[in-house]
Design a protein around this ligand. Structure first.
Ligand SMILES: *Cc1c(COP(=O)(O)O)cnc(C)c1O
Length: 226
């Protein structure tokens, strides 16, 4: 078994070779604070969490136990409207915005003492019925709505593509996400395209991703789910 430190450094180097400007987000859902602390000491500056309660507990733990870690916290999971407040009060980013209602609540609940909340719109690039995320043709309307919300800062798009049978199909999906991102980039001043996970971050970066979300390849297999 390799360590979190080793894993993180290896992936960080690999990401940097493809795009030195890209952000490596350490996806830490289900892992204990000590695992995050090890990653932070290896150089991780940004963590992604999926569950409101668990994520907020971790933000609070770091605030008291490692204020010098200076972590940027990203909420990347589905967010129910009754869970927006604690997230708006603690996180720096929310990557999973897929409807006006959630954006509006986060905007209204973002404390004045904090900087505006950075947000990404989650895109359902494969058009799967079962998936969260906005259909590509509805992304611009949501961008327009969010750009009027003063306590949110729209930074770009995020996607979790369906698993693909071939590398070629995978690449096509990433490239169609990149094309959608580019078509809106100037109008909305985007700087972040979040795509790529443990299994496919190299391909995602090559297709133009600026942020990869890597969990199991840093922390190991997740052993429980919510
Ligand atoms: C869990 C998760 C990841 C990380 O997945 P791995 O395959 O473990 O790297 C990335 N993005 C989102 C939205 C996730 O929920």
């Amino acid at each position: 078994m390799t360590s979190i430190t080793e894993n993180f450094k290896t992936i960080q180097k690999e990401v940097g070779k493809i795009n030195p400007q890209a952000t490596l987000l350490a996806v830490s859902k289900t892992f204990p604070n000590e695992a995050l602390l090890e990653a932070a000491r290896a150089g991780a500056l940004a963590f992604g969490e999926n569950y409101a309660q668990e994520g907020c507990d971790k933000v609070d733990w770091f605030k008291t136990h490692c204020p010098q870690c200076n972590i940027t916290w990203h909420f990347i999971g589905p967010l129910q409207s009754n869970k927006t407040r604690p997230v708006a009060e603690r996180f720096d980013w929310v990557q999973s915005i897929d409807r006006v209602k959630i954006a509006q609540r986060l905007n209204d609940q973002r404390p004045e003492s904090l900087l505006p909340l950075n947000v990404l719109i989650e895109v359902n690039i494969d058009g799967e019925d079962t998936k969260s995320g906005v259909a590509p043709e509805h992304v611009r309307a949501l961008c327009l709505a969010i750009s009027k919300m003063s306590r949110l800062k729209l930074r770009g798009l995020m996607t979790i593509p369906a698993p693909k049978a071939t590398k070629e199909e995978e690449k096509e999906t990433f490239l169609s996400m990149k094309a959608l991102y580019d078509s809106l980039k100037e109008e909305f001043h985007f700087d972040t395209l979040s795509m790529g996970m443990s299994a496919d971050y190299v391909e995602a970066l090559k297709a133009g991703s600026t942020m990869v979300r890597v969990g199991s390849k840093i922390f190991g297999a997740r052993t429980y789910t919510h």
